[in-house]
Design a binder for this molecule. Structure first.
Ligand SMILES: [Zn+2]
Length: 250
């Protein structure tokens, strides 16, 4: 039975683990070293329809299991970190789907805590704030951070925007249908739900990435001529998906 207790501050729990294993804020964590040191067994096996990761704690025996078909290393690392979060904060048994591990799609408190733990363990907010002191959120920065910390581009983008103090939004979409969107705290504009590709979006399909000024009405429900709207879109050919970063400059 799943534990319903909510007892933890996931951010401080993740940082406790980082400091327990002497990781500087700029360091990428070695998850296998951590779970091995915690005497947690690890297995890759089919877990059931749509289940990407699972864990259980029975007395001293703790196990993390991950779907062997997870293609991308960044995604696998997030799954392991998410399950580790459950074991540290929630005990019991947990089986988690992709949607549960997407903080923009789940409203379940236990899953949100495990996601916050995983994000902080992999991408400590103090490190991201250092990057953001000198650089804007851009496709270049998202790629740099995901490479440095070995995470997915999506995880890096979401973590950056949550720490950003500028007006920025990110849309993840297929050119027609929105999969998820997020905005920085500073951005007060209402984000569009319908995707209409700009010339920049279309250009990214040829070159993999494109940047340029766009009409704000493409991405927001506004009509404000005092602002400049800069689009920076990455196109992932293998997924046929776009990640569009919109920065407002006033
Ligand atoms: Zn979970």
């Amino acid at each position: 039975m799943k534990s319903k207790r909510i007892i933890s501050n996931p951010i401080s729990k993740a940082n406790e683990v980082r400091s327990q294993y002497n990781y500087e804020i700029s360091a990428k964590v070695n998850l296998f070293q951590i779970i091995d040191n915690m005497n947690i067994r690890y297995r890759e096996c089919f877990l059931g329809d749509k289940i990407m990761g699972a864990c259980k704690a029975e007395g001293l025996h703790r196990l993390i299991a991950v779907d062997p078909n997870i293609e991308y290393n960044g995604r696998k690392r997030f799954t392991i970190a998410h399950e580790l979060g459950h074991l540290i904060m929630h005990q019991g048994r947990h089986s988690c789907t992709d949607d549960m591990m997407n903080e923009l799609k789940t409203s379940n408190m236990i899953e949100t805590e495990a996601n916050d733990f995983a994000s902080e363990l992999l991408l400590p907010h103090r490190a991201l704030q250092e990057y953001l002191k000198i650089e804007d959120v851009s496709s270049k920065l998202v790629e740099k951070v995901s490479k440095q910390y070995e995470t997915s581009l999506s995880a890096a983008a979401v973590a950056l925007i949550k720490n950003c103090i500028d007006e920025v939004a990110i849309y993840y979409h297929d050119g027609e249908r929105l999969e998820w969107k997020i905005r920085s705290k500073e951005l007060k504009l209402t984000l569009e739900d319908c995707i209409t590709c700009s010339d920049i979006t279309r250009k990214s399909m040829q070159d993999g990435q494109a940047t340029g000024e766009v009409d704000a009405e493409k991405w927001f429900k506004v009509n404000d001529e005092d602002m400049t709207c800069v689009e920076d879109t990455m196109y992932f050919t293998h997924l046929k998906k776009f990640m569009t970063i919109i920065r407002i400059e006033r």
